[in-house]
Design a protein around this ligand. Structure first.
Ligand code: CA
Length: 392
């Protein structure tokens, strides 16, 4: 008879039995499969639940099933997590390789933080109203590059491009202003048909879960190319997604009312049950915490973002990712980008005793987050980490 083990969860772990985020992992030399995290272990769902849906290199086959299946699986995982499991179904997280958990469909990035949009407006248009006229009427966003979404831990090659200079003509070379954007990503599980918008109240029927995102940004490339059509090569070189997807149902205790919205949004953006999320982020630069952005201050709700993204009849597919935009609070120590923290490079930040503005080669940024957990305590979202490497 094969041996059986019970997974012990360390005291204070952010990965207790009411969290159970999903991943795609490979034990050494083996094929990828779907796992769920408990404590410092990953439970191999292909073995523990013996279901072909988890013998997969991505979460997509599971995500496409819809909310009833998601709830049933979550309950099966919860029961398995509290039982003795075959030893072959349990691996130490540190001993496995984590893959990009989802085959990304389309990728949209929003701009939903009032504090971020206001700070950027003040910096870029110092003599004008910080918010553009549309900002309080719709969640501003753009379509990004799905194919360059990479899993946490992937090295980020410093991008080349046309760089804005003070002379009025650009030069060309490696970006001198590589930045981060601390964001929260939402992953569509069950898609929607072309021509049929998703209403705000239908959010949970479509969205499978959330994961931290770092939307790497080359500010000098972005500043030159961005008029009039918006972000392009300054953003598309890489976007890092956490290896761990937290199910929406693990965040019910983190739901909070939205901050007030003025003016009242148009009817398709109204939501009787609108909720935001009480998530505390932390940004570490070479191991030094430089910022603690609060998600609770985000102006537009996740449901409003999805409703707006589809109001024109655009369809959604399993694996679509939409991210919140940079999460910033009102204070300098709560800003989610180095652009804001250093005020466009004018006010350096002290990191480990050195004055810094943007990222150098070999710099590593890790974004973490915690939120109230179901049943008390706090859960920890899977981290998103990346290191800048020299331009090729
Ligand atoms: Ca962004």
């Amino acid at each position: 008879m094969s041996s059986r083990v019970r997974v012990e969860v360390p005291e204070g772990s952010g990965f207790g039995p009411t969290h159970l985020p999903y991943c795609v992992f490979r034990p050494l030399g083996e094929e990828p499969r779907v796992g769920a995290r408990l404590g410092d272990s990953v439970i191999d769902l292909a073995v523990a639940l013996d279901d072909p849906m988890f013998h997969q290199p991505t979460l997509n086959a599971f995500m496409t099933q819809g909310p009833q299946c998601w709830r049933e699986v979550r309950e099966r995982v919860r029961v398995a997590a509290e039982s003795e499991l075959p030893a072959a179904a349990v691996h130490a997280v540190r001993a496995v390789r984590l893959d990009l958990p989802v085959a990304i469909g389309d990728y949209v990035d929003f701009y939903a933080s009032l504090d971020h949009a206001t700070a950027m407006g003040r910096m870029l248009r110092p003599n004008a109203e910080p918010l553009l006229p549309n900002w309080r009427h719709l969640p501003v966003g753009y379509h990004g590059r799905a194919g360059t979404v990479v899993v946490s831990g992937t090295d980020i090659v410093r991008p080349h491009g046309q760089r804005k200079t003070d002379s009025g003509t650009p030069d060309f070379g490696p970006s001198r202003r590589v930045d981060i954007e601390a964001e929260l990503g939402f992953l569509v599980g069950a898609g929607s048909e072309l021509g049929r918008p998703i209403e705000t109240g239908e959010f949970a029927e479509h969205v499978f879960g959330v994961a931290l995102v770092n939307d790497w940004s080359a500010r000098d490339i972005q500043a030159w190319e961005g008029q009039p059509l918006g972000p392009f090569l300054g953003k598309s070189f890489a976007t890092t997604l956490s290896a761990w997807v937290t199910p929406l149902d693990a965040l019910t205790e983190a739901r909070i009312p939205l901050p007030p919205q003025h003016p009242e949004p148009l009817p398709y953006l109204r939501d009787e049950a609108a909720w935001g999320l009480d998530i505390d982020l932390s940004v570490e630069w070479n191991g030094h915490v430089v910022s603690t952005p609060p998600y609770r201050r985000m102006y537009w709700s996740p449901a409003q973002m999805l409703a707006h993204m589809t109001v024109n009849g655009a369809s959604t597919r399993t694996g679509d990712l939409f991210a919140s935009g940079t999460i910033s609070g009102a204070d300098r120590a709560e800003r989610g980008s180095l652009m804001e923290m250093s005020w466009g490079g004018a006010e350096p930040i002290e990191v480990n005793g050195v004055q810094r503005t943007f990222l150098n080669d070999s710099d590593e940024v890790t974004i973490t987050a915690t939120a109230p957990a179901v049943g008390g305590g706090r859960l920890q979202l899977g981290e998103v980490r990346g290191r800048i490497v020299k331009a090729v």
